[in-house]
Write a protein that binds this ligand. Structure first.
Ligand code: NI
Length: 136
């Protein structure tokens, strides 16, 4: 059953939100709000020590000094969590690295944070899926 409620927002924030809706082709604001709430709720579950599988995608410029080396070093710090890594040479400058991970949500998040914090990393995303099992 759907319930209605109204929201007060600053105009600038609403403009940003409407742009987000357009960009993602939502048919209305309600659906976009529902998605944001779901995402926020799911994210709070990731704070736990749940066992997850995830995919980290990373875009970086390999010309950046020692970046390639640092990306590898961080991954070796998390070798227990990393299932596989695929490196794609996107174009002359950019590399895409797709890292499949398995571990506690916190560890996986930590790895993604470490990688995205490296100077020269242009884009970093983590997508997690839960198995429903808990690690104890
Ligand atoms: Ni490359």
């Amino acid at each position: 059953m759907l319930k209605r409620f109204s929201i007060s927002l600053e105009e600038e924030l609403l403009t940003i939100f409407d742009e987000h809706i357009m960009a993602r082709s939502y048919t209305n604001r309600s659906e976009a709000i529902r998605d944001l709430i779901r995402k926020a709720f799911i994210k709070s579950e990731w704070q736990e020590d749940k066992l997850v599988m995830g995919v980290i995608s990373l875009v970086y410029d390999h010309h950046q000094h020692k970046l390639q080396e640092k990306v590898t070093l961080v991954q070796h710090d998390f070798h227990h969590q990393i299932v596989s890594t695929t490196h794609v040479h996107m174009d002359h400058d950019n590399c895409l690295e797709v890292i499949v991970v398995r571990g506690k949500a916190k560890e996986v998040q930590d790895l993604a944070n470490r990688l995205s914090a490296l100077r020269g990393v242009r884009d970093a995303n983590l997508a997690m899926s839960t198995t429903g099992e808990h690690l104890h």
